[in-house]
Design a protein. Structure first.
Length: 167
């Protein structure tokens, strides 16, 4: 009997917490909102930005945003172009330091072709260091992880910019 009361109390407490967090506007990290008047969204990308565009599309779909494979049925067109990456060595010697950068240019238009933003550049930078005594595999693994994080930063910047659009 006592355990039944405890379980009911626990269940009621969890429901109350869920109700309170939903009422205060709490959303999971990475959740994206886009006004229905700007959906469905069509993403175009140059071949250099294809992977970034695919990842962005997956995140948008997971947030419940409708994507359109065809430009003619979309209300918002996002164009990704000029994706580039660079690496430069900033410190030489036993401990080498490198600077990585990623950059992409994006534009958005509504269904009438009116520009909502044009040729906006999004960038991400990271620095990393390694000792010459460390293996090349470790250095390449670190570099790959940093590039993935930088791509996620670009996607976060793009989604915030898309969210800021007003019809």
């Amino acid at each position: 009997m006592l355990s039944s009361i405890k379980s009911r109390f626990s269940f009621s407490l969890v429901l109350l917490l869920l109700l309170l967090t939903s009422a205060c506007g709490y959303r999971l990290s990475g959740f994206i909102e886009l006004p229905p008047s700007l959906q469905p969204l069509h993403i175009e990308s140059q071949s250099s930005a294809a992977n970034l565009a695919a990842t962005l599309a997956r995140q948008l779909e997971q947030s419940g945003i409708t994507l359109s494979p065809e430009l003619s049925t979309s209300r918002l067109r996002l164009e990704l172009k000029d994706f580039s990456s660079s690496q430069r060595q900033v410190v030489f010697g036993q401990r080498e330091e490198f600077e990585l950068s990623l950059q992409i240019t994006a534009s958005a238009k509504d269904s009438e072709g009116e520009a909502l933003f044009t040729n906006q550049v999004f960038q991400a930078y990271r620095q990393y260091a390694y000792k010459r005594t460390e293996s090349l595999l470790a250095r390449d693994s670190l570099r790959s992880e940093l590039l993935r994080n930088m791509e996620n930063d670009l996607i976060r910047q793009l989604t915030l910019r898309i969210q800021a659009l007003q019809p």
